[in-house]
Design a protein around this ligand. Structure first.
Ligand SMILES: *Cc1c(COP(=O)(O)O)cnc(C)c1O
Length: 493
């Protein structure tokens, strides 16, 4: 493809993407294809001779789109939202045009410098302490791929920090602390790094947030057993139910025991843009105690996947753990200490120019536009909660958190379902979820104290009140048929 052909194909691509956006509301959220559908549709090997691009572009429409679950759909309420904004797309497009691996400042000075600036903009947007600003020269912000990678990177740095100050402690004695609410990234990091981890229980009385007392007790037990606690991963807005750890409390304990505190706010962290949620979301604890902090722009934060923002209070703790500089990566600027080389702040070497799309988004929306987007999602979520609460057929399982509602179907006993029979209610809710999916209401599930529960999360830019209303209508409509199906199944089994 030459440049003029690219111009033509590019215009066509933007046209088709716009048509796709216009069509979203008329599409199903869930893809209807069967496993293996694409292998059947595609040849077993790449073509010997290059093909015409029109045909390739048509195949995106005809073969790929049917296999897409439309996360950008206004009625997408599963998992967590994944942002896609025109500004973000354009950022990615321009970034692709100057594609470069950006690992050192010299690779493309703008890539490093823009990232350092927009991460400071973002730190200010979210009310983070000046200690986390790149201009501090001590702390700083970096864009990682995902919250999982931010978490893993933090664990690598925390491990190195501990082993530096305790060189005689064998690696297998180190313990990483997570809770039953922590995202699986904690266990995965421990698995990858060959570390022990301990999963702390959190209780309904504490709203599933970790408190100082139980944390301290676990630390004392483990120390008495000869183990070496070195890190806690706390969460603000857990994936399952949106639980929030008491960061100030557990942060103080972490400080007393000299543990690294990483705070994972992958989904919920963007609400810190709105001052009215900063107390609830533990900003003070984060600012006082966190060694590292992460939130994802790419979930509810208007920037296309991937853009996970990570801040570190002491960048040297990252670079001490991750700086390997063979001759071929040495530069004059780095030797002189005048620049950031972001390769030393992350696990891989090369990196995408992610800051461009963050820059586009923050400028085009403005800080107020960003906050408006967050507040709109929360207002819609309140409306949804009111609908669910208005029906005696539903139970809200855990207190609604930000824009996440966790509920289950709990019909009155005269429906034939014994409310106290957890297994029966679970079976009913599994059937209910399947029926919702068949009706194209895609909601994911979670387990709360053995209760099969259903999650609905709001956060797409396109979601309006009518979509919330429609989701609730489907929920109500499917109750009767679900109970009928459940009864029939009971009779035949
Ligand atoms: C979504 C989520 C993650 C994982 O995010 P990735 O960026 O996909 O790794 C981690 N923690 C929490 C609390 C999340 O909500």
């Amino acid at each position: 493809m030459d440049i003029e052909e690219f111009r033509k194909a590019g215009y066509q691509a933007i046209d088709r993407i716009c048509d796709y956006f216009y069509s979203l509301g008329d599409r199903n959220v869930l893809s209807k294809v069967e496993p293996g559908y694409l292998r059947k549709a595609l040849p077993a090997q790449a073509p010997e001779e290059g093909e015409n691009f029109d045909k390739i572009a048509d195949d995106f429409k005809d073969l790929i789109l049917p296999g897409i679950t439309h996360w950008q759909h206004p009625s997408f309420f599963a998992y967590f939202p994944t942002a896609s904004t025109p500004e973000g797309i354009l950022g990615d497009l321009y970034a692709s045009s100057v594609s470069n691996p950006g690992f050192n400042w010299i690779c493309s000075p703008a890539c490093t410098e823009l990232e350092a600036v927009v991460m400071d903009w973002a730190a200010k947007l979210f009310g983070l302490s000046d200690a986390f600003l790149n201009t501090s020269g001590v702390g700083g912000g970096v864009l990682q791929t995902t919250a999982s990678e931010s978490g893993l990177t933090a664990v690598v740095a925390a491990r190195a920090r501990y082993l530096t100050t305790h060189p005689d402690v064998p690696l297998e004695k180190l313990v990483l602390y997570v809770t039953t609410q922590t995202h699986s990234l904690g266990n995965k990091a421990a698995l990858i790094l060959g570390l022990q981890y301990r999963t702390l229980d959190v209780t309904v009385d504490d709203n599933y947030g970790l408190r100082a007392k139980s944390f301290k007790q676990a630390l004392e037990e483990d120390k008495a057993a000869g183990k070496h606690p070195f890190m806690l991963i706390a969460t603000v807005g857990s994936t399952s139910i949106g639980a929030i750890d008491h960061v100030s409390e557990v942060g103080e304990v972490a400080r007393q025991y000299d543990l690294w505190l990483h705070v994972d706010a992958a989904w919920a962290g963007v609400v810190l843009a709105c001052p009215e949620y900063r107390g609830m979301c533990q900003l003070e604890g984060i600012n006082t105690y966190a060694h590292s902090f992460c939130l994802n722009f790419h979930k509810w934060g208007l920037v296309n996947f991937d853009a996970s923002a990570m801040w570190i209070r002491d960048r040297k703790l990252l670079t001490d753990a991750l700086d390997i500089t063979p001759t071929y990566l040495r530069t004059k600027e780095a030797d002189e200490g005048t620049v950031i080389d972001y390769r030393n702040w992350q696990l891989p070497l090369g990196r995408r120019f992610r800051s461009l799309k963050v820059w586009f988004v923050l400028r085009s929306f403005g800080l107020n536009g960003f906050r408006e987007h967050i507040r709109k999602g929360i207002a819609l979520s309140k409306k949804f909660n009111a609908l669910v609460e208005s029906s005696p057929q539903f139970e809200i399982v855990t207190p609604p958190s930000i824009t996440l509602t966790v509920f289950r179907l709990l019909p009155s006993t005269d429906s034939g379902v014994d409310k106290s029979d957890t297994e029966a209610v679970n079976q009913l809710n599994q059937m209910y979820q399947r029926r919702l999916h068949a009706a194209d209401l895609f909601l994911t599930q979670t387990d709360v104290n053995k209760m099969f529960s259903i999650r609905l999360v709001i956060g797409s830019t396109r979601t309006e009140e009518e979509h919330i209303q429609r989701a609730f209508e489907i929920m109500v409509r499917e109750i009767g048929p679900t109970i009928e199906e459940w009864k029939k199944r009971r009779e035949t089994s």
